[in-house]
Design a protein. Structure first.
Length: 130
């Protein structure tokens, strides 16, 4: 991946993350906290992919995204450890929201996750730059 491709791919992923965040907010407003949690995760996922694309990495799986962000951004101190844990939590919460019938997400919990998602997206955009 060339430098130009890295930047373009990262920006495309940020745009997709922003769309997912808008969808999460809309779902929460409409009274669908489970859908909001799921879409918030995808915002985190695409923002994390953007970070990885920005350094020339092209992860192929969700698990690889989490692992590579930990390796290249958390362990290096670019992102805080709590941010790495947040990404992992969002992945688990999305799986629960989509597949676990016993999972419960209140509107307040979904709103808190969306707040964390917004912070992560902002941090990713800051790291990537214009």
């Amino acid at each position: 991946m060339t430098g130009e491709n890295q930047h373009r791919n990262a920006r495309d992923e940020i745009a997709r993350a922003e769309t997912c965040l808008s969808e999460a907010r809309a779902l929460l407003s409409a009274g669908f906290p489970y859908g909001a949690v799921s879409r918030a995760y995808y915002c985190v996922f695409h923002a994390a992919r953007a970070l990885l694309f920005s350094i020339g990495l092209e992860p192929k799986t969700h698990k690889a995204v989490v692992s590579l962000v930990g390796e290249h951004f958390v362990r290096t101190g670019t992102l805080q450890t709590t941010t790495g844990r947040f990404i992992s939590r969002m992945q688990r919460d999305r799986e629960d929201a989509d597949y676990e019938p016993a999972a419960v997400f209140t509107p307040e919990e979904a709103a808190a996750l969306i707040d964390g998602t917004e912070r992560f997206l902002s941090e990713a955009k800051h790291i990537i730059g214009p």
